[in-house]
Design a binder for this molecule. Structure first.
Ligand SMILES: [Zn+2]
Ligand SMILES: [Zn+2]
Length: 429
């Protein structure tokens, strides 16, 4: 127990000595002073020290003083910068124009990096931005950064990377919802951009003049593309635009002479709803691929649902579609049209038509007709006869009378009459 305690105190002592002497072995102090922003502490809350190895060390608590660079006569000898734990803000213009600066160490306590803090630090190829950083201004304008990853808590980027001519790759998968004006203006080497999932707005001229950018995917949250956002992206060939988009402002895609294919995640009808302001001809001339699925996957077949149902009636068949969608992406997978049988007619009560009333000795008649009470089609028609009101007596009929009577005639006369009657019967006279 006692030994452990001893060991701990020795370690602590070594640590304290190491902290109080921030110099590398063999290095000596070139210059030092105060650079804090707290007048109550006579600006001594933050200190600076430059050693003979070109290492500028910033230590203390709180923010650095803005637009104050007491090391400005050493700009082209500062090789690396170490900002120690406790410092919360790097000042505006803090390390601008440090031509040979190539290594920067920033502490977890750092919350913001001021405007122009690393402006034109042309030898600075990479930097690790600490996790608790929430704000960057136009901090790295014209610097030599080749790639940058934005930490998660960052809310504002400013025009941080304007004219970073060597910047090739940016990973912005953070919680940023707006990209400000000029953020990547004239980043002529930029080829790989990962935008934040929740990005809603792309600022004015944000990627303007990114002449190496060949393709880009805008996440499905972007609502607005501000004026000139991608103007002069002369290599831009394909872009994926989300269905969330409502406005593409003036000149956003002007001079994007190679733009050939737009992959749009919405429908053609949704595309036509987007407000596209003037000077966006390259966009309008490109082929628009509607209903694009940016996350290819094996579809999961959902339960069939019934759509476009048309009920059958007594005059026509019914129909419906049996449709199956992917449960993951909602894409329509199968559609089978079906017919349903015609319904039977509904007979109404019979009505009488063409009624001919019976008279004294003549029969009458009428039609008994049944129509469908729904569609009025004639379903049946039966003729019914009406008996005469005074039916003729049913006496036995007389045998046919000869036309020429033979009673009271002599024999010859009877024979003549008999022939006349025979002729009358044969020839109907
Ligand atoms: Zn799917
Ligand atoms: Zn009917």
């Amino acid at each position: 127990m006692k030994k452990t305690k001893q060991l701990l105190s020795i370690l602590l002592a070594v640590l304290l000595i190491a902290l109080s002497v921030p110099l590398a072995f063999g290095a000596s102090v070139v210059d030092s002073g105060y650079c804090g922003n707290n007048p109550d502490a006579e600006y001594k809350n933050v200190t600076w020290l430059l050693d003979s190895e070109g290492v500028l060390t910033i230590s203390g608590n709180g923010e650095m003083r803005d637009a104050y660079e007491p090391w400005d006569s050493y700009f082209n000898s500062i090789d690396s910068i170490v900002v120690n734990e406790g410092v919360t803000a790097v000042s505006n213009y803090g390390f601008a124009y440090c031509d040979v600066l190539n290594k920067v160490f920033l502490p977890l306590s750092l919350k913001s990096i001021g405007d122009c803090a690393f402006e034109n630090c042309i030898s600075l190829a990479d930097i690790e931005l600490p996790d608790n950083l929430t704000t960057i201004g136009m901090s790295f304008r014209g610097s030599g950064l080749t790639s940058v990853t934005i930490p998660n808590k960052l809310q504002s980027l400013g025009s941080a990377f304007e004219s970073c001519q060597s910047l090739e790759k940016v990973d912005l998968s953070s919680n940023i919802t707006n990209l400000d004006m000029y953020t990547f203006l004239n980043c002529v080497s930029l080829t790989e951009v990962v935008l934040p999932n929740g990005l809603k707005r792309i600022g004015n001229s944000c990627f303007s003049g990114c002449t190496a950018l060949k393709n880009l995917v805008l996440p499905n949250a972007v609502i607005r593309i501000d004026p000139y956002a991608f103007e002069y992206c002369s290599s831009l060939k394909t872009i994926t635009l989300p269905q969330s988009l409502t406005v593409i402002d003036t000149g956003a895609f002007d001079y994007c002479s190679r733009l050939s294919d737009v992959y749009y995640t919405g429908t053609e009808a949704q595309w036509n709803e987007i407000t596209i302001n003037k000077n966006n001809d390259p966009l309008l001339n490109a082929t628009i691929h509607y209903n694009y699925n940016p996350n290819p996957h094996i579809h999961t077949i959902g339960d069939a649902v019934i759509e476009n149902k048309v009920a059958a009636t007594c005059t026509r068949k019914g129909s419906y579609d049996e449709v199956t969608y992917c449960t993951e992406c909602g894409e329509e997978l199968f559609r089978t049209p079906h017919e349903t049988a015609r319904k039977p007619h509904t007979p109404a009560s019979a009505v009488r038509e063409n009624v001919v009333p019976a008279s004294g000795n003549r029969a009458g008649s009428y039609d008994e007709v049944v129509y469908c009470s729904v569609c009025n089609a004639e379903l049946s028609r039966t003729q019914v006869t009406l008996v005469p009101l005074d039916p003729p007596s049913t006496e036995p009929t007389q045998p046919a009378q000869d036309e020429y009577p033979t009673q009271n005639l002599n024999f010859f006369q009877r024979i003549i009459q008999w022939f006349r009657n025979l002729f009358a019967r044969l020839f109907g006279r």
